[in-house]
Design a protein around this ligand. Structure first.
Ligand code: ADP
Length: 456
């Protein structure tokens, strides 16, 4: 087992990883920038090391700097690195450099990150492994003419997507032939600007999909399990805001069927670590869209219903141990919902960083709050606006919702505006309660409820 793990991240996910390391008797090292010197992850880790000034656009400093982070590992004698999510968690080149420095990356091999990081090769591989995919050719679309001919084959509406895409960028829906040229060029331009790679591809646009993803874990030795699904359909601008497990739409048979396909695919690939295979689910069918080769923000809902620490599992397999879990022993219990507490105004979602005068975290049976806030902490403007994740777990969906509503009432983050009021209203909504929505529903709901949200 590792003696010391460096966590190449910040915020709530750093704390999440430090907690498990402590429980496993592993020493931890935090990295931080000058604006993060008073951050909770710095206080909670056994050691901390400053890796520079905050990130400025287009500048690969601090949390994104290979050399700063690898030096921090060497200076502190860390023999393993946990990347969390975001930052360098899906950067194959970084993982190759760690391999060269004999620092174990707690995650998959650079080969698998590369394969899944390109959505065209990912789709190709998944099709080969028997995973159902969104209709569309797995090829780079290099001209508007080619885009027009592919679209007429698969039928409008279609979506142009960046093959290096992430965070919902570089995607354009095309409803008819007349809109193709503008959409194609816009997607290509956005992809180039966001990912330094303007390659795009085309697939069928599914207008009423639900976002359902399967959590998998493999040990790189051909053993793999799945932990069922998470339903992340409640999204705004392709960004998840509320996630739950299980999905209210699936029964045990459907769950096992898709779960087994995913676990078998992972086993066949020799994949090591946790991963998420994302699907759109429409009219009773699954369509693969992408695989994330890292821990997800929403992993706690899976942990809640399976009673399993996914970070501990990641560390175990990264240390070279075979999978200690058997599929037959993984039985979900109850229902869990996570809401993302962002430092943003509603309904406009304008970032709202600043000093937290008073913070009170909710608690009680079936409530988990993963946050790095404390009284007097200043949320910096330099980073993501996620300041906490509030997770409930109850015997049924109705009970999980009741617990979450009660916990949201307890939460105080004064005087910062947060997304909490949005969830207070959403959790009362009839369509939400009936699970009657698709991936586009929340944006319309926000528009319709703008006034009410402002007054919350
Ligand atoms: P990213 O890597 O940028 O997150 P994804 O491929 O995971 O991109 O897609 C993000 C979101 O975009 C999905 O959850 C869904 O809302 C929407 N989307 C992606 N592909 C399609 C599609 N073929 N049809 C309809 N919506 C899509």
């Amino acid at each position: 087992m590792f003696s010391k793990v460096l966590i190449a991240n910040r915020g709530e996910i750093s704390l999440r990883i430090i907690r498990t390391c402590k429980e496993m008797g592993i020493a931890t090292v935090a990295v931080h920038t000058t604006v993060d010197q008073d951050a909770m992850h710095v206080r909670m880790a056994d050691e901390a090391i400053c890796i520079g000034t905050p990130r400025s656009p287009g500048n690969k400093e601090s949390y994104l700097s290979f050399s700063a982070i690898i030096s921090a590992c060497e200076i502190t004698g860390s023999n393993a690195l946990h990347p969390g999510y975001g930052f360098l968690s899906e950067n194959a080149e970084f993982v190759e450099q760690l391999e060269d420095h004999e620092i174990t990356f707690i995650g998959p091999s650079s080969k698998h990150i590369k394969l899944m990081g390109d959505k065209i090769t990912a789709k190709e591989k998944m099709l080969e492994l028997g995973v159902p995919c969104v209709p569309g050719p797995n090829e780079s679309i290099e001209t508007v003419d080619r885009a027009l001919s592919v679209a007429s084959d698969i039928g409008y509406p279609v979506i142009v997507k960046a093959s290096a895409g992430g965070g919902g960028r570089g995607m354009k829906v095309v409803n008819s032939q007349a809109d193709m040229e503008a959409a194609y060029l816009a997607a290509q331009q956005e992809a180039g600007a966001s990912f330094g790679n303007d390659e795009v591809y085309l697939e069928k646009f599914l207008p009423h999909g639900r976002h359902i993803e399967i959590q998998v874990l493999g040990d790189g030795m051909g053993n793999a399990v799945h932990f069922g699904e998470r339903d992340c359909t409640i999204q705004r601008r392709h960004q998840k805001l509320l996630e739950e497990a299980p999905s209210p739409l699936l029964d045990g048979k459907k769950r096992s069927h898709i779960g087994e396909i995913c676990a078998e695919a992972i086993a066949e690939m020799g994949y090591e670590g946790v991963g998420t295979i994302e699907f759109l689910y429409q009219d009773g069918e699954f369509y693969f869209i992408e695989m994330n080769t890292r821990l997800q923000v929403e992993h706690p809902v899976t942990e809640a219903i399976f009673g399993i620490d996914l970070v501990k599992q990641q560390i175990n397999v990264a240390a070279g141990n075979p999978l200690e879990l058997k599929q037959g022993d993984l039985v979900p219990r109850g229902h869990s919902i996570e809401v993302r507490i962002n430092a943003e105004t509603v309904p406009d979602f304008i970032p709202c960083p600043g000093k937290v005068g008073l913070y009170h975290s909710p608690g009680g049976l079936g409530i988990r709050m993963d946050s790095f806030l404390y009284n007097g902490y200043t949320v910096p403007q330099n980073y993501d606006s996620l300041i906490g994740k509030l997770i409930s777990h109850g015997e049924t969906r109705t009970i999980a919702i009741a617990k979450l509503k009660r916990a949201l009432e307890e939460l105080i983050v004064h005087p910062i505006s947060t997304t909490a009021p949005l969830f207070q209203l959403l959790l009362e909504d009839r369509d939400f309660l009936d699970s009657n929505y698709d991936i586009h529903w929340l944006e319309k709901w926000i528009q319709q409820n703008g006034k009410l949200l402002k007054n919350q």
